[in-house]
Design a binder for this molecule. Structure first.
Ligand SMILES: [Zn+2]
Length: 390
C-alpha cells in the first residue's frame, strides 16, 4: 500500500487543481444547464483515465454520468459501484461570495465537502490504479462510477438508475462526506416527509363564530400528537412548516403542516407510517387529509456492512489510519442501495466538516490517504487474483 500512497501524494497538486476547477463550476440541483456543463467536464476527466463514459438524460435536472472501468475478466460479476452526486445545495453565484480557497490544511468553497472532493477521490483512486497497473495488476473485474444530479432534492430522476446499477454490483461504496474525524457511515436513518391538511369551516369571527370549525385549532392538536411520537428506537418526528388561515377575523377553514420523519429501522418505518396515517380529526365536523411516506428507507448496520467496514479498516491500518465507524440521521443514495440488500459502505469521501453550511471545508492532508483507502478497497473487493499487496 505504501507505493500507492506515495503515488497519490505526488498527484496531490494535480488533484487540488482539479478540485478547484470542480468547485468553481457551480452545480445547483435546479440549474440544469450548469449541472450539464459540470457533468460533461467530469465525463472528459474520467474518459482521460480510461473510463467508458455515458450520460443519462434527466428531465428538468442535469444529466447523470455513468463511467465503466473494464476489468481483465470481462465478467461483470461481483463488480463495485462507486456512488456519488454532482449537484450541490448552493445557488448559482455563491462562488463569487466564497471562491475556492486553500488556507493551510483546509480547502473551502461551495460544495467542496458535499461532495466535490468525493468525486476527486474517485478520480484519484481510479487514475492511480490505472497508472500503477504494471506494478499492481490493474482491475480484475469492472468498476462503475455513477454520479447523479438530483441527490440533494430527493433523487426522483435517478432512483431507478441507482437501483439498476446497484443490482448488478457486489458492493456499493458511497463517496459522501465522512463523519467528523474521518469515520465511515455504517448506518443512516431513513427519511420520510408527510403533509397533513385540516379542513374546517369558515365563519365570521365576530358575528357567527360558533358556525365555524377552526382548522388551525385542529391542526394544532395534530402537531402536539406528532411531536409526541419522537423517541422510540431513535425515531424523530419534526413538524417543520405550518400554514393556515386567511384573516384574523375569519374562523380559518384550512390549515396544513409539513412533517419530517427519521427512522433507524424498517420496523420503525412501518410503525410510524401506520401511526401517522391513522391520525383522525378531533374537532366535530373537521376533516384531516394525510399524505406522504418514508421515501428513503434506513440504511441498517447489517452483517454485510460490518464485513465491508472490516475490510476498509484493514486497508486503513496499512496506510497508518485508525478507521472508525458511526451513524447519522442524514440520508443519502446509500440508503437506497442498502435497502436492496447490496452491501453498502458510506462516508468514504473527504475528511472535513460543515456540509450544507457556509463554513464547509475539507482537510487537504487527508486526500491522498482517503484516495489510497478507496483504491485499496477496490483492489481488496475486486482483484481476487491481483498480486499480493506490499
Ligand atoms: Zn451529499
Amino acid at each position: 500500500m505504501k507505493d500507492l500512497l506515495s503515488h497519490l501524494e505526488q498527484k496531490l497538486p494535480e488533484s487540488l487543481l482539479l478540485l478547484e476547477q470542480m468547485v468553481t463550476m457551480e452545480s445547483p440541483s435546479f440549474e440544469k444547464r450548469l449541472v450539464d456543463e459540470f457533468t460533461s467536464f467530469l465525463g472528459n476527466r474520467f474518459h482521460e483515465i480510461g473510463g467508458q463514459v455515458d450520460f443519462i438524460a434527466a428531465e428538468r435536472f442535469g444529466k447523470h454520468l455513468r463511467v465503466r472501468f473494464p476489468g481483465r475478466s470481462g465478467s461483470s460479476e461481483g463488480r463495485i459501484l462507486l456512488l456519488g452526486h454532482t449537484d450541490t445545495v448552493w445557488p448559482a453565484g455563491e462562488i463569487q461570495k466564497r471562491p475556492f480557497r486553500i488556507n493551510g490544511n483546509r480547502a473551502t468553497g461551495p460544495g467542496v465537502f458535499d461532495m466535490k472532493a468525493g468525486i476527486v477521490l474517485m478520480w484519484m483512486a481510479l487514475s492511480a490504479l490505472s497508472e500503477l497497473k504494471a506494478l499492481r495488476g490493474g482491475l480484475a473485474r469492472s468498476v462503475t462510477v455513477l454520479l447523479t444530479s438530483d441527490e440533494e432534492v430527493g433523487s426522483n430522476t435517478s432512483r431507478s438508475l441507482i437501483e439498476s446499477e446497484a443490482g448488478k454490483s457486489g458492493a456499493v461504496l458511497v463517496l459522501e462526506p465522512s463523519l467528523p474525524g474521518g469515520a465511515l457511515k455504517t448506518a443512516r436513518k431513513g427519511v420520510g416527509r408527510f403533509t397533513l391538511k385540516a379542513i374546517g369551516r369558515a365563519a365570521h369571527a365576530g358575528i357567527d363564530p360558533s358556525r365555524g370549525i377552526n382548522a388551525i385549532e385542529e391542526i394544532s392538536r395534530q402537531v402536539i400528537k406528532l411531536q409526541g411520537m419522537s423517541g422510540t428506537g431513535g425515531t424523530t418526528v419534526t413538524v417543520g412548516v405550518v400554514q393556515g388561515g386567511t384573516r384574523s377575523n375569519v374562523v380559518p377553514a384550512e390549515a396544513g403542516i409539513e412533517v419530517d420523519v427519521r427512522v433507524a429501522s424498517m420496523e420503525e418505518a412501518d410503525r410510524i407510517t401506520k401511526a401517522i396515517r391513522s391520525l383522525t380529526a378531533e374537532l366535530p365536523g373537521a376533516r384531516l387529509e394525510v399524505r406522504g411516506a418514508i421515501s428513503r428507507p434506513p440504511m441498517e448496520r447489517t452483517a454485510e456492512t460490518v464485513r465491508l467496514f472490516k475490510i476498509a479498516q484493514g486497508v486503513a491500518a496499512e496506510i497508518g489510519i485508525d478507521l472508525k465507524e458511526g451513524s447519522t440521521g442524514g440520508a443519502s443514495d446509500g440508503n437506497l442501495t442498502a435497502a436492496m440488500g447490496i452491501p453498502t459502505l458510506d462516508g468514504l469521501g473527504a475528511v472535513g466538516d460543515g456540509a450544507h453550511a457556509v463554513d464547509e471545508y475539507i482537510e487537504i492532508e487527508s486526500l491522498a490517504h482517503r484516495a489510497a483507502l478507496l483504491a485499496g478497497m477496490i483492489e481488496r473487493l475486486n482483484c481476487g487474483d491481483a498480486p499480493p499487496n506490499s
